[in-house]
Ligand binder design. Sequence first.
Ligand code: IMP
Length: 191
Amino acid sequence: MKLVFATNNPNKLKEVQALVPAHIQLLSLKDIGCFEDIPETADTIEGNAQLKALHVKKYYGYDCFADDTGLEVTALDGAPGVYSARYAGTPRDADANMNKLLAELQNKENRSAQFKTVIALQLNGEEHLFTGIAKGNIIDHKRGNQGFGYDPIFQAEGHDKTFAELSMEEKNQIAHRGKAVRLLIEFLSSC
Ligand code: IMP
């Protein structure tokens, strides 16, 4: 079975390829000749994942899955959420995003937040959604240099290190994307 992972990120592709059952051949966007920017115009994380998977199905004809992730901060009513990548404007800049978030949270007592990944799968004419959540807190300064995005200021519940202080393997065990991917793999393995 051929299945497209709608991503341009070679690291994500490699990570998931290693986990999918052997009868599934994972194709990248490049493999199917898709070099366009797939619209991410929804106002929810779920919506963007759904848009991307549907786009590939509709215009390229392949069964497909797509992921979208955001950081939802309780004291900011769920912001930056679906707008996490460009929270401080364009071009996307992880440091500027973190600085803006730290400024917004100054004087706020509630520092709780969660990362949410949604994977939308288009398979045999049906849509399936898989959600992975990592709950934690936004600390008040950056720590660590692993990972990416908001990792240096996010501390998962029950851990005293930030995501940026964990190895990739350690982060994958407890983080949102790993959880959603494991649900997807479980489902595909039962197909
Ligand atoms: P994407 O949907 O995976 O491209 O993620 C959107 C944005 O959310 C990224 O540009 C990052 O700012 C943030 N983000 C996603 N996943 C992570 C993560 O694992 N750690 C930190 N930030 C993340």
